[in-house]
Design a protein around this ligand. Structure first.
Ligand code: NDP
Length: 244
């Protein structure tokens, strides 16, 4: 056998792992040997998906600070550590800025940005104690390019870049690496909402002329959390078929 990525013995927490990219990330980390916890906003659904893919499932709404605190403590109590955190949970509330409601703005900021703070704030002290760990934040190509109809969403995805760079500098000396993966257009429930005509135009604008698969994001995350990426921190890997 050739060289393979083995992360046996590592404990990973993937937020929003019930479908799409998060689910693919959970599968990849599990197949590489890690003990994986996925989270979602619905207890039954999260546990059902966890059973289906052979990982652990917890209801943990990333917007709910108390619940995040409680569930992170629960994992640490059971496993003694968290080695890998993938901040994947995210939502869109797309609309032109002139039509944007306060709720469209607040809910996207609360999930995509405050959610990352809430979970990371609880997990970093756990990693500090072990003097090792890896955080991967899932941003988006639109955090770099901007996109009409996504002022709220792209603002959060750009914010994750500053978050990643600053935190990486703070915790590097403690053996913790923090990076971002910025996916392009990936086939999931999130992109399912895009009208067919818009999708066709989008695909034409991608040099590789296709949408990406969730597994292609998962493989990049797996690389970043492995020892193969041991000198990579504070950076972004773009996975977008040449779009940006
Ligand atoms: P999906 O809509 O398919 O899945 C979103 C996931 O996030 C679900 O598991 C959902 O869980 C979870 N989630 C949403 N809100 C919360 C919350 N408050 N607390 C906990 N979990 C939550 O999205 P994708 O898989 O497409 O996207 C995953 C990430 O990748 C997001 O951050 C997205 O912004 C990013 N991304 C996606 C792209 C794409 O083309 N698909 C492109 C670039 C970035 P549940 O509903 O079960 O509660």
């Amino acid at each position: 056998m050739g060289r393979v990525i083995d992360i046996s013995g590592k404990v990973a927490l993937v937020t929003g792992g019930t479908r799409g990219i998060g689910k693919a990330i959970a599968v990849a980390l599990k197949e590489a040997g890690a003990t994986v916890y996925i989270t979602g906003t619905n207890e039954e659904k999260t546990k059902a998906v966890a059973r289906e893919i052979g990982v652990n499932g917890l209801k943990m709404n990333v917007c709910d600070r108390e619940e995040v605190k409680e569930k992170v403590a629960l994992i640490v109590e059971k496993e003694g550590k968290i080695d890998i955190l993938v901040n994947n949970a995210g939502i869109t509330r797309d609309t032109l800025f002139m039509r944007m409601k306060d709720e469209d703005w607040d809910s996207v900021i609360d999930t995509n940005l405050n959610g990352v703070y809430n979970v990371t704030r609880q997990v970093i002290p756990v990693m500090m104690k072990k003097r090792s760990g890896c955080v991967v934040n899932i941003s988006s190509v639109v955090g770099f390019t901007g996109n009409p109809g996504q002022v709220n969403y792209s603002a959060t995805k750009s914010a994750l870049i500053g978050f990643t760079k600053s935190l990486a500098k703070e915790v590097a000396s403690r053996g913790i690496r923090v990076n971002t993966v910025a996916p392009g257009y990936i086939t999931t429930d999130m992109t399912e909402k895009i009208p067919e005509k818009v999708k066709e135009a989008l695909v034409k604008s991608i040099p590789m002329r296709r949408e990406g698969e969730p597994s292609e994001i998962a493989d990049t995350v797996l690389f970043l959390v492995s020892d193969m990426a041991s000198y990579i921190t504070g950076t972004t890997i773009h996975v977008n078929g040449g779009l940006f």
